[in-house]
Design a protein around this ligand. Structure first.
Ligand SMILES: [Zn+2]
Length: 1016
């Protein structure tokens, strides 16, 4: 088509205006096809009348959606819904949506439905392709063409060949709806959109149908959708009553299902990416609802993600502004792009496209969280006119689901049309982005990332590589040892460019001046080559992030750091030396850490490297007796770390069977080594949740399920009713509740003094609700009975694990003698990776860890510890704080007093911020408040010094938390409360710190092991 040639001459954005004029002259531009119905095609009068009826203002619609074309053969959404799409009071279940899509498929050769996988709860996910008969008849041939553009190595990076393919290929525009279950409008909008694309004979729609394959997943979070429809139906059945918030969306997480595009732990992420990549789609356009009336927040605000191709960020602008322009011309208010959302984190579903050479897009439209028509009043920041929102939404309107559907469909249709008109440009860009991904090693670097074969944590290494495989990255393995040159890191830069496990050459002194050094890697090391089409996602996940405290963006939208090597506690070396690509290697498709059982005997030793597989093994070998070594030891020529397992009562065969997939190595020993041990028992574990939010604890359930660690799932209400928790559980995990939940709510819940009960129950009325947990009324929470039961549980030997806000709660409730939380008003650590330093490596909680660990922190509490009950941690006025007091002499001299003999001062004890001050003789006189040594808080990890704290992301005011205790074990009579300032189990990304929790579980009745008590 001639417009392709026009675009080729014009280049990109700079030529946009010139191009528009040129295209007008060619008679083949978007501007030439007027949007709107074909007068020759009859319309469905009744359906069209209802569209008008349910649209609350004439300007909340467009010529693209204010009618529905009639068809004699193809059913409209009314066939399933009983009314039109967007009708008030109608929210279809996934089954109805799928039923309709399959009716379309049956009735029209322009629709095909594909099953793309199942959810955690077994519900189907689908993708619906809509295009011309001819396009759908040649899907395979077209796919073969797109595959060549997607992997330009297949055409030897030949631009002329690419141009030929671009000429004949039909691009794929993938639309995904309702990942967020409370954002309910997309399924009906997409049902109607599919109908329009299949049936409408207007030139505008024909342009799209003939030149684009529109691929639609109407519901991404299917489990959550069905629960939401239940809830909405309950609301319709009880119109006068309040209804509970949607407590569970997906099986594990709620809103965070749109933060899983990095670690890909959820089925919906895997299914959507497999579809996007499987179709070699060009666009992934994800539909959300929160902002009036249509916010194309693809680009949002800075900072942009540093690893995406600038070709893409320009495409965002081209598509976004054109979209705004088209809808502005229709007279639809409140359509804008830019705004406050930053495009830094690649965790959003749409980012699958951004980092797989496609185009990521995201709409926020205005939803009512259901299908009620409601009066909506906006806040000033929502309706004000800004430079990026010249035609803002109105202050107060009556808003319907139909309005929302009008906006969604109009936005999508104008986008599809512009995309179809400019398909050659977008396809060529798709190829160019892939080509630039392949030429990355020479063009921009790095050349590769290497994961050395001698990493002590091969299990975690395999998990990281498995994530990269889920991301469709190619992984190679060195068949022989090789070496590369890497730059020497500055000493102030703690980042692990290469570790002790890699054979660094050269003297330390020489390194101080040398700019590069040679690093050797053993055979078997894994290599992620950057000369592959999906190099960018690997680069984005494995690289480091730096968010400047001076960045103009003061409110990061999500996490600012995520470096996967650090969070998985795995060595990853960024290599810019292109020689790495010449190393002898082979592509690998299956990756598993090697397991082995060698030797024989009555006892087998398994080293502890903080591998999560140890916990899996403990629960797998139910009947075996397992001991943990309390000190490192040597046996049969092998070195074993503290915490290593000594397994009795399992045969070599049983063990071999148990470790086969776990990446563990068991060594049969002639005899039990002479090292102090304690039993490692399969603790009875509960995960405790509130009825306020199940978002963040969901990641803990996901992780324990993933590791096959069994647990009971209980609520604060269970705890409130159960006085003898010890009879059921050894360990209660109380994961973070959420950023905005107060202790008041966790204890008191929502008042039952007014309003109606808010049930979360499985009933015929709500068949999809109440299966994970249920209650007649979600309003009550822990209550003071629950607090007392938790305290009792700990006093009688239970272990309570608390994290971030629940740790703050434990401290505030007085469950932890000698711990306070320091005020940190300047702390601004927004989802960053920070460094923690080991304080007490003899604690079982620390088993298998090295001296430093990177952890995930979101404004974590800064714990202070004290040996005096009720006293906060504080620091003496001493030289290391404010210098010496005013007086005679120099900084290092003592002061003196006139008129008397000046004795040399007794040296004050040096106390670090993570330590408790030693108890003084003064305090021991009638020492009522002195905590006996065995009951004092034991600090396991502390935050690193201020200059070492930042690993990845944003750290501002870091001095307020630096050096403070980060993980504290507080004995309480026979039990323990363990406090985490970091979140050790989060979004599937922090697998390197999972074992902090698993160690606590496995050693629940021996947490005092290795403890050295203060003398007084
Ligand atoms: Zn959303």
């Amino acid at each position: 088509m001639a417009s392709k040639g026009v675009w080729k001459r014009c280049g990109l954005m700079v030529g946009l205006i010139v191009c528009a004029v040129a295209m007008l002259n060619t008679g083949l531009s978007a501007a030439d096809t007027a949007p709107g119905r074909d007068p020759k095609q009859p319309i469905d009068e009744a359906y069209t009348a209802k569209i008008a009826k349910y649209t609350t203002e004439p300007y909340f619609t467009s010529p693209l959606v204010n009618y529905l074309p009639a068809s004699k053969t193809v059913p409209t959404p009314e066939a399933v819904l009983g009314d039109v799409a967007g009708a008030p009071g109608i929210l279809p279940y996934s089954a109805q949506v799928y039923q309709y899509m399959r009716m379309l498929e049956k009735a029209s050769p322009r629709v095909k439905v594909f099953s793309i996988g199942r959810t955690e709860e077994g519900r189907e996910m689908i993708a619906v392709a809509v295009s011309s008969e001819a396009n759908l008849a040649h899907l395979d041939e077209n796919r073969a063409k797109l595959a060549k553009l997607a992997d330009p190595r297949t055409i030897h990076l030949n631009d002329a060949d690419a141009d030929k393919i671009v000429d004949g290929a039909v691009p794929v525009y993938y639309i995904t709806g309702t990942i967020h279950s409370t954002e309910t409008g997309a399924p009906t909008a997409l049902m109607e959109l599919a109908y329009r694309l299949a049936v409408d004979d207007s030139q505008y729609i024909q342009d799209i149908r003939n030149h684009v394959i529109t691929l639609i997943t109407p519901i991404v979070e299917v489990d959550g959708r069905d629960r939401m429809v239940d809830l909405y139906k309950w609301h319709l059945a009880h119109p006068q009553e309040n209804y509970p918030p949607l407590l569970y969306w997906g099986h594990y997480v709620a809103h965070d299902n749109n933060r899983d595009a990095m670690a890909m732990t959820l089925k919906l992420s895997q299914n959507v990416l497999n579809t996007f990549v499987g179709w070699d789609a060009q666009v992934l356009h994800d539909l959300h609802e929160s902002v009036p009336y249509l916010y194309d927040n693809t680009a949002g605000d800075g900072p942009f993600n540093a690893w995406v191709d600038p070709i893409l960020t320009n495409e965002w602008e081209i598509l976004g502004w054109r979209n705004v322009q088209d809808m502005t011309k229709f007279g639809m208010p409140g359509v804008f792009t830019h705004g406050e959302f930053d495009t830094w984190s690649p965790g959003y579903l749409m980012f699958f496209a951004a980092l797989h050479n496609g185009i990521s897009r995201l709409y926020e439209t205005f939803g009512n969280g259901g299908a009620d028509t409601e009066e909506r009043t906006l806040q000033p920041d929502e309706y004000s006119r800004t430079w990026w929102r010249q035609n803002p939404p109105l202050q107060k309107v009556l808003w319907s689901q139909r309005d929302n559907n009008n906006y969604e469909e109009t936005g999508l249709l104008t986008s599809l049309h512009f995309f179809s008109d400019n398909r050659a440009m977008f396809l060529k860009n798709f190829y160019l982005k892939a080509k630039r991904s392949v030429t990355k090693p020479e063009a921009e670097g790095p050349a590769a990332y290497v994961l050395p074969a001698n990493d002590p944590r091969l299990g975690a290494q395999a998990e990281l590589l498995n994530v990269l495989q889920l991301q469709h990255c190619e992984i190679s393995r060195a068949t022989a040892a090789f070496s590369v040159t890497v730059p020497v890191q500055k000493t102030s830069d703690h980042r692990k460019s290469s570790g002790e496990a890699t054979g660094e050459k050269g003297e330390k002194k020489a390194e101080a001046t040398a700019k590069t050094k040679t690093v050797d890697f053993p055979a078997g090391s894994y290599i992620i080559r950057m000369d592959q089409p999906y190099s960018r996602i690997a680069d984005a996940l494995l690289d480091y992030q730096y968010w400047s405290p001076d960045d103009p963006q003061k409110t990061p939208y999500d996490d600012t750091g995520w470096t996967f090597g650090e969070l998985f506690n795995v060595k990853v070396v960024r290599v810019t030396d292109t020689k790495v690509l010449d190393a002898p290697m082979e592509r690998v498709t299956t990756i598993a850490a090697p397991s082995s059982v060698s030797g024989s005997g009555t006892v087998f030793a398994i080293n502890n490297n903080a591998d999560t597989a140890l916990a899996t093994l403990r629960y797998k070998l139910k009947d075996a007796q397992i001991e943990a070594a309390e000190e490192p030891f040597d046996a049969d020529g092998h070195k074993f770390n503290r915490g290593s397992f000594l397994v009795h009562g399992a045969s070599g065969d049983d063990l071999r069977h148990a470790v086969s997939d776990l990446g563990l190595k068991a060594y049969g020993l002639g005899a039990m080594p002479s090292v102090k041990t304690h039993p490692v028992r399969a603790a009875r574990v509960a995960i405790l949740h509130t009825w306020l939010s199940t978002q963040t604890e969901g990641w803990w359930r996901e992780a324990l399920d993933f590791m096959h660690v069994p647990y009971d799932y209980i609520s604060t209400q269970t705890v409130a009713k159960e006085p003898d928790l010890n009879s059921k559980y050894d360990v209660i995990l109380f994961p973070p509740v959420g950023r905005f939940v107060s202790p008041d709510l966790i204890i008191n819940g929502l008042s039952t003094d007014w309003g109606n009960p808010l049930p979360w129950k499985n009933t015929p009325e709500t068949p999809n609700i109440g299966k994970l947990d249920s209650t007649d009324d979600t309003r009550p929470e822990l209550g003071w009975d629950g607090v007392a039961h938790l305290q009792n549980f700990v006093k009688h030997g239970g272990v309570l694990v608390t994290v971030m806000d629940t740790a703050n709660l434990a401290v505030a409730l007085g469950l932890t003698h000698g711990v306070t939380v320091a005020r940190t008003p300047r702390e601004k650590i927004i989802g960053s990776v920070v460094r923690a330093d080991m304080v007490d490596s003899t604690s079982p909680i620390a088993y298998g860890y090295g001296n430093q660990l990177s952890v995930y922190c979101f404004n974590g509490p800064a714990f202070d510890v004290s040996n005096i009950a009720g006293r906060g941690g504080f620091r003496r006025l001493g030289p290391e704080i404010n210098g010496r007091p005013t007086g005679r002499g120099t900084l290092s001299d003592p002061d003196f007093v006139v008129g008397r003999q000046n004795e040399a001062a007794i040296e004050e004890p040096k106390v670090e911020p993570w330590q408790a001050e030693p108890v003084t003789n003064q305090e021991l006189r009638n020492g009522i408040g002195v905590i006996p040594p065995a009951y004092r808080p034991r600090v396991i990890f502390r935050y690193a010094d201020s200059h070492d704290l930042l690993v990845s992301g944003l750290v501002e005011g870091g001095d307020e938390i630096a050096q403070h205790a980060a993980i504290v074990d507080v004995p309480m009579e026979s039990g323990h409360v363990v406090l985490f300032s970091n979140n050790p189990i989060y979004r599937g990304e922090t697998r390197g710190s999972y074992s902090l929790v698993l160690n606590t579980i496995l050693n629940f009745d021996s947490l005092n092991a290795g403890r050295k008590l203060d003398k007084q």
